[in-house]
Design a protein around this ligand. Structure first.
Ligand SMILES: NC(=O)c1ccc[n+]([C@@H]2O[C@H](COP(=O)([O-])OP(=O)(O)OC[C@H]3O[C@@H](n4cnc5c(N)ncnc54)[C@H](OP(=O)(O)O)[C@@H]3O)[C@@H](O)[C@H]2O)c1
Length: 486
């Protein structure tokens, strides 16, 4: 049997392909009583000694960063010490250099280190464009030596592409990926393959539901821990308990064939995807340990019969809607609470609607483009029930073109800005009845169409796409929209 987990390289770091996840610390501490940091560090040290020397945590995982900091302080040199990956999940708002530095410094202080090995960034709404400011500032702090590598978490393929095409040096994207949630195997994996970004997969065991313990069991009605509450929502959206039991039965049969556990099959299936660097398996410190069993993941591979058996079980399930991370950004929220109440009070509107003086029933928004006041136009205007959004380009921070040369990425950025304008005026993307897409180069119709389809695939507004001959500046595409609010 393999004695320690397989390893892989991310941004020059050798990491365990089974990362020890510490969200469960927050669940253990939810009564308000925190884990004693030394006892917690002892538990992490036992994982380290067994070769599970890479830890994943976040700013909001209870005292996980403090406990890990205590562990790291036990290692005299940086060379030998375990790796600590953490996340920064700020509330949506302006991401000035000061705010970003403060967020990063807090991670450094809690971990007691001079450099965060991997800092992963989460953003709650892409309608708010400051996520790009945060990532560019993190890149500057990386150059300064405060961050080893930059990752994101819960980014879909479209926004990962925007970040990469805008020059952000991303090493990883941490997303949900399991036998139940197979979204990451699609467009996101393909983009990662092209761009060399590695996936860190979580939810691989659906909080423990993907284990022999749940095979043939009746559906639970009350769930105490956050992780299982979250993944029960995934199971429900994927078709419910009966189709889930078919996945368990298939994985169990495969496990018996290879002499491994059902959980091993679930982890192996994710790890065998080329884009996946590692799976993150949650650890309930001081409660359950599954180290010996999890090591067996590296002692077998899935063959074509195994894949066929799993595919047959998948056929009875429904795909999880949308792309990776949508579960945090739109209904159905597949979070522990079923909404964002554990994380945020509210998502602020990005733009501010103002009434047009002397014109009852009319309001407008500006998006901050330097040209709006000079040329005399609004980003969008609402007249009674109708919202008209101006031709919009991928202009960031007033005057910068986002993702030069990448039509699809620019279209994604533009559609977020259009969504933010419509939201500010009291409408929704679902209300859009008409769009026009102007391309600099007609040959680039496909990435623009795909970006449009990702947003409007179910809304299906009337649409026109045309070549505009030339667009001003580095812009590849410009989009306008009209919505009718019912
Ligand atoms: N970026 C994000 O938004 C995000 C979101 C969620 C999680 N995460 C990360 O991912 C980590 C993983 O957590 P998760 O919530 O997704 O849970 P998970 O890893 O899918 O499930 C963990 C649970 O599975 C059970 N388990 C582990 N190994 C097993 C084995 N060999 N056999 C049977 N059961 C086994 C244990 O539960 P029992 O022993 O209690 O049965 C354990 O608590 C988190 O700690 C966090 O670091 C990130």
């Amino acid at each position: 049997m393999q004695r320690t987990p397989e390893r892989t390289n991310i941004a020059g770091m050798s990491i365990s392909r089974l990362v020890c996840g510490l969200w469960q610390v927050a669940d253990i501490e939810k009564s308000g009583e925190t884990i004693d940091p030394e006892r917690g560090a002892d538990a992490l040290q036992a994982y380290t000694q067994a070769g599970f020397d890479t830890f994943d945590m976040a700013d909001h995982y209870g005292s996980a960063e403090i406990i890990t900091g205590r562990l790291l302080s036990r290692y005299p040199t940086n060379k030998e010490r375990p790796l600590a990956f953490t996340k920064w999940c700020p509330e949506p708002g302006p991401m000035t250099a000061e705010i970003v530095r403060k967020g990063v410094q807090e991670r450094l202080d809690r971990l007691g280190v001079e450099k965060v090995d991997l800092l992963q960034f989460h953003w709650w709404t892409f309608e708010h464009p400051a996520w790009l400011d945060a990532l560019h500032e993190m890149a500057r702090l990386k150059e300064e030596g405060l961050i080893g590598a930059i990752g994101v978490t819960n980014f879909d393929a479209a926004h990962l592409r925007v970040a990469l095409s805008d020059g952000v040096p991303l090493a990883t994207n941490q997303v949900s990926f399991s036998l139940v949630d197979r979204r990451a195997a699609g467009e996101l994996s393909e983009l990662c393959r092209q761009k060399g970004v590695r996936l860190l997969a979580y939810g691989t065991l659906c909080g423990g539901f993907l284990s022999d313990k749940w095979l043939g069991k009746t559906e639970p009605t009350e769930i105490a821990d956050w992780s299982r509450s979250k993944y029960k929502r995934f199971i429900d959206v994927a078709g419910g308990w009966e189709p889930f039991q078919r996945i368990l039965a298939a994985a169990s049969e495969i496990g018996r064939k290879h002499g491994v556990s059902l959980s091993n099959v679930a982890s192996r299936w994710v790890l065998e995807h080329e884009a996946v660097a590692a799976t993150i398996i949650g650890a309930r410190l001081g409660e359950n340990e599954h180290r010996d069993d999890n090591l067996k993941v590296f002692g077998f591979t899935l063959d074509s019969d195994d894949h066929a058996r799993l595919e047959a079980a998948f056929a009875a399930t429904k795909p999880i809607p949308g792309d990776c991370g949508d579960e945090y950004r739109k209904p159905p929220y597949l979070t522990a609470s079923g909404d964002l109440s554990h994380h945020l009070d509210a998502i602020p509107s990005v733009f501010k609607a103002v009434p047009v003086p002397g014109k009852p029933g009319r309001s407008r928004v500006s998006s901050g483009s330097v040209w709006e006041p000079i040329a005399g136009f609004s980003r969008a205007v609402r007249v009674k029930d109708t919202i008209r959004v101006s031709g919009t380009t991928a202009t960031h921070g007033g005057d910068r073109c986002v993702a030069p040369g990448d039509v699809g990425a620019q279209a994604t950025y533009i559609l977020d800005k259009i969504a933010a304008s419509i939201t500010a005026l009291g409408g929704k993307l679902d209300d859009v009845v008409r769009t026009r897409v102007y391309l600099k180069d007609a040959a680039q119709w496909e990435p623009a169409s795909r970006a449009h389809g990702r947003v409007f695939g179910e809304v299906l507004p009337a649409n026109t796409m045309l070549q505009a001959g030339d667009l001003i500046g580095d812009y590849e595409v410009e989009i306008e929209a009209e919505a009718v609010v019912d």
